[in-house]
Design a protein around this ligand. Sequence first.
Ligand SMILES: O=C(O)CCC(=O)C(=O)O
Ligand SMILES: [Fe+2]
Length: 313
Amino acid sequence: MATAPLERLLPGDRIPDIRLYAEGFSRPLHAEFAGAPLWLVKPSADAVAAALPPVPAGVKALCIGAQVHADVPPGWQGVRAEPRWLDLWDADVLWQADTNLRLQTSHRLPLSTPPAVPATGEGLDASALVTAAPVLQIPAVFERELCAELIAHLENDCGGGEVSRVLVLEGGEQKLQLDPTIKQRRESPLRDPALEARMHERLLRRALPEIARVFQFPVARRDAFKLLAYPDGAGYFRAHRDNETPDVAHRRFALSINLNHGDYAGGEFRFPEFGPHRYSPATGSALVFSCSLLHEVLPVERGTRYAMTTFLY
Ligand SMILES: O=C(O)CCC(=O)C(=O)O
Ligand SMILES: [Fe+2]
């Protein structure tokens, strides 16, 4: 089904994605600004940009234009974008969008008092809000004994794994680099084919039928299994999507299994586009979600979180 042309945005519409630019900055709107309430203004003049209202804590605020408005109050970020997208917005209006970048309300500038920050989905539906993320939890995909064997395998046979790296594009070339602003953890592929075959069999009989039923998606392949360790003080994965770079664009669903729930504190999943809920499945249970969803693993504060992950397509 083709997407309807968006001549004007209405409350409930998700803001179409666009690349935003500023000095030393070039990022897609959806990659950079989802997951927090968004305020957006297209000022008709620099004077309007300079007099924008204060930005409440936790809100991201974009001042858009054909040129970057450099003189903006603290909290506002001046960016430029392509004209066709800029044409969607009336000038001198404060647009408010929720954490999933759905438009909620607008206020004409100047304002005598700054507006409140509506909750995710507020103003779009009068009924009680359900803000849980569209994730699937499948209990007991791995038995507890298998989980314990996987932890021992990572620590004993895989040397504890390697410090996780992230792929970056540098001058058109892809490189793996350490980047503690994005993630910190240890990880390893499996080094025991028999163990891997048991894991694969558990997915086939317990996870894939449920994924086919709930998401109507017939999984044909998966990436290699990865064992993960998030130690306290040095274990987290900041908000990201799993299919953003060309090398991982084929991924459809992420599957993660906690191996030692209860032995650590923190380390929960969050899906900030959908609200503040935290997800921490029991040992052996799987969490399955679309790779297009923004998600993060919160810092581990005590103990070590062990997990197994793969991507399905
Ligand atoms: O820690 C996990 O279970 C998976 C973390 C994650 O989001 C990823 O590896 O892409
Ligand atoms: Fe991820």
